[in-house]
Design a protein around this ligand. Structure first.
Ligand code: SAM
Length: 235
């Protein structure tokens, strides 16, 4: 799988993928990351990529022509390119999106800066718009890195232990059950005794119950969804 970041600030993104699990997956060619800078597609001598807003308004916008040329180039080089725009106007990015997009061949993240991108570019090129939360960031790079991270760990072989994906939080709208490691007792607080008895069937049953309780406590909005879907066995 391939990810392309369309960004004016490649150096913000690059280091994130040079460490840890994701860098290993890149070295093993499980997925790749590349960058396209719209500034390279500006034709004036100052390489201008932004301009004032039509009708007034505070701040500058990314202007359409260089960005459009950059996106056209990507499209002609890669017919499978799927354009995702990071924008506060997008639908909330969810785990289900990460799983779905992990099956795509080539995902392109288009990142706004300043006060955003000329709306016509979004209308003409976006396959999907995503927001990562109801707050405003300085640019699309962080949201796109979050999405890329979440997508890539769902690509087969990226994680050493693929089983962990099935029990992670947000699977079936549940949060993962509490987890512990050594020591068995820490500052007066003990690991749940059942976890230490070695009966894996019992541990799994207990974990699935705790997962429901934890969801009810921390994320009542998700808990409501599992209740209405009738997935709960509330004995
Ligand atoms: N003026 C825009 C507005 O009010 O909707 C905000 C522009 S923001 C300062 C600049 C860029 O950051 C956006 O074009 C987008 O790419 C990115 N961005 C900011 N917050 C975001 C969020 N919550 N989710 C996704 N992208 C975001």
């Amino acid at each position: 799988m391939r990810f392309t970041f369309v960004t004016l600030f490649e150096n913000i993104v690059k280091p994130y993928f040079e460490d840890s699990i994701l860098s290993r997956a890149i070295k093993e060619n499980i997925f790749s990351i590349d960058f396209v800078n719209p500034r390279d597609y500006a034709t004036d001598k100052h390489k201008k990529v932004d301009d004032y807003q039509a009708g007034g308004g505070a701040g500058l916008l990314i202007k359409p022509e260089p960005l459009s040329r950059a996106l056209e180039q990507i499209k002609s080089d890669s017919p499978s390119a799927y354009f995702i725009f990071a924008t506060p106007a997008g639908k909330p990015f969810k785990q289900i999106d990460a799983k779905r997009l992990a099956k795509y061949e080539h995902v392109v993240f288009v990142n706004g800066r300043y006060e955003g991108i000329d709306e016509r570019i979004i209308e003409q090129y976006a396959d999907e718009l995503f927001s990562i939360g109801d707050y405003i960031l300085t640019g699309g790079e962080l949201p796109s890195m979050c999405m890329c991270d979440a997508i890539s760990r769902n690509i087969p072989k990226v994680l050493g232990n693929a089983e962990s994906l099935d029990i992670e939080s947000y699977e079936n709208n549940l949060l993962e059950a509490p987890a512990f490691t050594k020591p068995n007792s820490f500052k007066g607080s003990d690991i749940i005794k059942e976890y230490l008895k070695g009966n894996h069937g019992n541990i799994l049953t207990l974990k699935s119950r705790l997962s429901v309780c934890k969801t009810n406590y921390f994320r009542p909005d998700l808990y409501k969804k599992i209740k209405t879907k009738g997935k709960l066995n509330e004995k």
